[in-house]
Write a protein of this length. Structure first.
Length: 317
């Protein structure tokens, strides 16, 4: 699971880490950290890292060398750069600031007396904790939709992470659109960034789809958001369950959203709410549910290995 850069920055803004360029890129995802002291080392980046630079590895210190290193870090997919201003990089060149602004690459400066290791410890701890949360929530979701009784084991996990069991929820299923990204993890992050943070929600990867659990049960609000996903190409289809009265009924919402998506694929409809199915559809529900159960995997949640090697794997057909 990636963490939004702006969230990480908020954890250390009091430690004299200042944003000096690339503010428009603060919504970039961050998956890990890397010390990068040369152009050659920049090639080791896998993407979505924060690159920390002291300048000690620059063969010929100066504006040209710093800009060359920053360009190399950007070319290899870093989410941000932290420059340690001191004996090796006395000041951040204006050309470096301009480049980072042009490409929306967040550039931070830290004075020499602030230890980089201190910042890296804060960031790595937060990223690791977010990954643990992601694993716990994914397992709870799988249990809730596949083995809903007894409910206590998964309800306790949801409660731990702020999902109140007694509140109403709705479940959405999203199929990828033209802008869904090469990996499912990247797509998940794009969808996450598009959500209203005022609403409690959880995103869960499935077999060639994403499941969105949300406390927003208003049809108009959901329709507006879904139509935006479809318009932006983040989703090719969106199916929506009815509202459920409590989290213990999540398996019902899962069945409803699954059925809705199956009917969408038959009818070629991009957006469909379960309560819109109508009498015609009800004639086919029994046959479709039997088919769905027999396939035992058409919508079965696939547990994701959230390692870098897995998240880089192409998943779209």
């Amino acid at each position: 699971m990636a963490v939004i850069l702006q969230d990480l920055y908020g954890l250390v803004s009091h430690k004299q880490m200042a944003l000096v360029a690339g503010e428009k890129g603060l919504n970039r995802p961050v998956r890990w950290l890397h010390m990068v002291e040369s152009v050659d080392i920049a090639s080791f980046l896998e993407g979505d890292e924060i690159a920390f630079v002291t300048g000690i590895g620059l063969k010929q210190p100066g504006v040209k060398a710093v800009l060359e290193l920053v360009r190399a870090i950007y070319d290899h997919g870093a989410s941000a750069i932290v420059l340690n201003v001191g004996p090796y990089i006395p000041a951040i060149p204006e050309s470096v600031r301009s480049f980072c602004d042009d490409v929306a690459l967040p550039l931070f400066q830290v004075p020499w007396d602030v230890h980089m290791a201190e910042l890296m410890h804060v960031f790595s701890t937060e990223i690791t904790e977010r990954e643990r949360l992601e694993r716990d929530m994914q397992q709870a979701f799988e249990t809730a939709v596949m083995k809903p009784v007894p409910a206590e084991p998964y309800l306790s996990v949801f409660s731990k992470y702020g999902f109140r069991p007694e509140l109403p929820y709705r479940l959405l299923v999203l199929c990828p659109g033209r802008e869904a990204a090469k990996t499912q993890t990247d797509w998940l992050e794009k969808v996450r960034f598009s959500l209203d943070n005022r609403m409690k929600h959880g995103l869960f990867p499935g077999e060639s789809c994403l499941w969105l659990l949300t406390t927003c049960c208003d049809t108009g609000t959901i329709q507006q958001r879904a139509e935006q996903w479809l318009s932006d190409g983040l989703a090719g289809m969106v199916g929506v369950s009815d509202s459920i009265d409590e989290l213990a009924s999540l398996s019902t919402a899962y069945e409803q959203a699954s059925l809705t998506l199956r009917l969408q694929r038959r009818q070629g409809k991009a957006l469909l709410f379960y309560d819109e199915l109508g009498a015609y559809t009800l004639l086919f529900i029994r046959r479709i549910l039997l088919s769905w159960s027999a396939s035992a995997g058409a919508f079965y949640i696939k547990r994701k290995n959230m390692t870098a090697s897995t998240t880089a794997r192409s998943w779209k057909s």
